[in-house]
Design a protein around this ligand. Structure first.
Ligand SMILES: [Zn+2]
Length: 232
């Protein structure tokens, strides 16, 4: 019965690949097999002191950092991130995060992680968007490695859009935006994975990691994002 409903729904509302626009077949979820195979993976988790780890080096102690695929504005695969972020497709983010986490888990990268901590959205942004995409990504990772999702960082004030700002301005712009939540202290001596949808300059993640470290000095922090922006 359910398969009939699904069949009719697919006829009425064909599910399309956000990258190539092709109709997805029954075995495909969110992104077609061809576009998925062509996803520009960073494979940062296989590199020593990878470019993402270099981004945080000397600024805040980070155990390890990685991102799943490269994001370039205007590229074919950019539609995936836009769908997750702006077009009400957070479940696509969760699904991709599961695939990413399975790869990370396979090489022990997620070993010892006690909780996945999403970068928060301020409640006014949450109200207009309806969801926090980073939370879905954190859920996908947590489901694979068997850890909890914990909201240990809170967005204390709204910050302006960062899109058109330079690196220094972005850093200034995040001061006072985040604070650690009261239950962060429960993670003293533990290892958390800070999760965001995309890393660009790293200012947002740096700011979240910094408030966590200030609140819980012996907290160990690693970072995972779904996408890594290639800066032009
Ligand atoms: Zn496709």
């Amino acid at each position: 019965m359910w398969s009939v409903v699904k069949y009719v729904a697919d006829l009425l509302f064909p599910r399309l690949c956000p990258v190539c626009g092709k109709e997805l077949n029954a075995g495909e979820k969110y992104v077609c097999a061809m576009c998925l195979a062509q996803l520009p993976l960073t494979r940062y988790h296989t590199m020593q002191f990878n470019p993402m780890e270099q981004l945080f080096a000397g600024k805040v102690p980070v155990e390890r950092a990685t991102g799943y695929f490269f994001y370039e504005r205007g590229s074919r695969h950019a539609a995936i991130l836009h769908g997750i972020k702006y077009h009400n497709q957070p479940l696509m983010g969760e699904w991709l995060a599961r695939r990413f986490a399975a790869e990370l888990n396979g090489c022990g990268w997620l070993d010892g992680i006690d909780a996945a901590v999403p970068v928060p959205l301020h409640r006014s942004k949450m109200a207009s968007r309806g969801y926090n995409q980073s939370e879905y990504i954190a859920r996908g990772i947590a489901a694979v490695c068997g850890c909890r999702v914990e909201r240990l960082v809170v967005a204390a004030r709204r910050h302006e859009t960062q899109t058109h700002k330079g690196q220094h301005e972005r850093l200034q712009n995040t001061v006072g935006v985040y604070r650690a939540s009261a239950n962060a202290a429960r993670y003293a001596g533990k290892h958390v994975l800070l999760v965001d949808d995309v890393v660009t300059t790293g200012a947002t993640l740096l700011s979240c990691a910094t408030v966590l470290k200030q609140a819980v000095p012996d907290l160990r922090i690693s970072i995972a994002t779904l996408a890594v922006a290639r800066l032009q």
